[in-house]
Design a protein around this ligand. Structure first.
Ligand SMILES: NC(=O)c1ccc[n+]([C@@H]2O[C@H](COP(=O)([O-])OP(=O)(O)OC[C@H]3O[C@@H](n4cnc5c(N)ncnc54)[C@H](O)[C@@H]3O)[C@@H](O)[C@H]2O)c1
Length: 341
């Protein structure tokens, strides 16, 4: 197939594009705006390794003139392009770009699919997040998100993702769009922009600095290796039932304090390296996914998410690939200083 992947230069997109080129015969066009979180370095060389099967188009998912012809050429679309960092969506003036990219970008793709001959039959895999469900209480381990859980997003990020999901669902119901929506838990692994908690903490510890832990550190996340997420997206692309939603998770719930302790341990450092910082406003307490549906219907299961091994492998990757992430961190730092001025 000819696949259009949006946001293919981001964290999950990079892993997905590499997986598609390595393990399938599909051709990939990657539409990416290369915002601060998208980087050509993460896919450097893949075009040469897979001649004729990979092309990067630098463009914005809200730009109909760029999107319509790419959708017309594609047999299916995997939609990952998004503003993805919760803290940025909370910052003053930060939410607007989340609405533009996440909501308007998704609608632009839906419009393109609808206006292309045969477009409604093309499979759209809309990559969303478990954060659309809001949060779960601590201390009730039996309670987890399922595909039936009502939406209750807490942050501008998750609200914009929820809005985009609803537009996809509406296109399924009203126009018969062949689409699936996925809700995945927190991902970890290589190529993640170093503002997110795991690479940020690793970078800080490598620099001899302290790590900022939000609030009481008891917030729980269900961590999944990014390659397991990419495999789930491939399964949904190939075998998902049209119109269905699939929740994807790692059965790997960890509190932020537990995650921090494991990272400190990997560096042989103690709790004196923790800096307690004020909690994130509206901070979700617990995310946990019941992934029974995708396991049962599509035969998917995580292969690479077992901790501590997978977390230690990730630590080793960031230690070995400083040349990739350090310039990004410095660029992000400079941009922040500019904004403050
Ligand atoms: N990271 C996670 O833990 C996680 C978990 C579940 C779901 N998701 C979802 O997966 C998707 C990818 O997340 P990620 O962590 O890889 O994010 P990311 O921020 O690392 O990557 C996003 C990519 O989208 C591109 N992009 C941003 N705005 C764009 C625009 N207007 N037009 C074209 N490209 C644009 C960026 O340049 C970047 O390459 C997102 O939709 C996110 O909501 C992420």
């Amino acid at each position: 197939m000819n696949l259009l992947v949006t946001g293919g230069s981001g964290f999950i997109g990079t892993t997905l594009v590499r997986l598609l080129l390595r393990e399938t015969g599909h051709r990939v066009v990657n539409l990416d705006k290369l915002t601060y979180s998208g980087d050509t370095g993460s896919l450097a060389g893949v075009g040469g390794e897979h001649p004729g099967r990979y092309r990067l188009v630098r463009g914005c998912v809200t730009d109909a003139a760029a999107v319509f012809p790419l959708v017309a050429e594609a047999d299916a679309v995997l939609h990952l392009a998004a503003e993805s960092h919760v803290d940025r969506s909370i910052a003053t003036g930060g939410a607007r770009v989340f609405v533009e990219t996440n909501v308007m970008g998704t609608q632009t793709l839906l419009d393109a699919l609808r206006s292309t001959p045969g477009g409604l039959a093309k499979r759209l895999v809309h990559v969303s997040t478990d954060e659309v469900y809001g949060d779960l209480p601590l201390g009730e381990p039996g309670v987890r998100f399922t595909e039936e859980t009502p939406y209750a997003p807490s942050s501008p990020y998750s609200a914009s993702k929820a809005a985009s999901d609803l537009l996809v669902r509406a296109a399924v119901r009203t126009h018969g769009q062949n689409a699936c929506v996925t809700h995945c838990s927190n991902n970890f692994g290589p190529w993640q922009f170093p503002e997110k908690v795991i690479p940020l903490f690793i970078a800080r510890l490598m620099d001899g600095r302290r790590v900022p832990l939000y609030g009481d550190g008891r917030n729980v996340r269900d961590w999944l290796h990014v390659e397991d997420h990419a495999r789930a997206l491939l399964a949904v692309l190939e075998r998902g039932r049209a119109g269905e939603t699939y929740d994807v998770g790692g059965d790997n719930e960890r509190s932020n304090a537990e995650l921090t302790a494991m990272l400190l341990d990997a560096f042989g450092l103690g709790e004196d390296r923790i800096e307690r910082v004020a909690d994130r406003p509206g901070h979700d307490r617990r995310y946990a996914i019941d992934a029974a549906k995708i396991r049962r219907e599509l035969g998917w299961a995580p292969r690479r998410s077992a901790w501590p091994e997978a977390l230690l492998e990730t630590v080793a990757w960031y230690r070995e690939n400083e040349a990739w992430w350090r310039p990004l961190l410095e660029k992000a730092g400079r941009a922040q200083t500019k904004r403050r001025n």
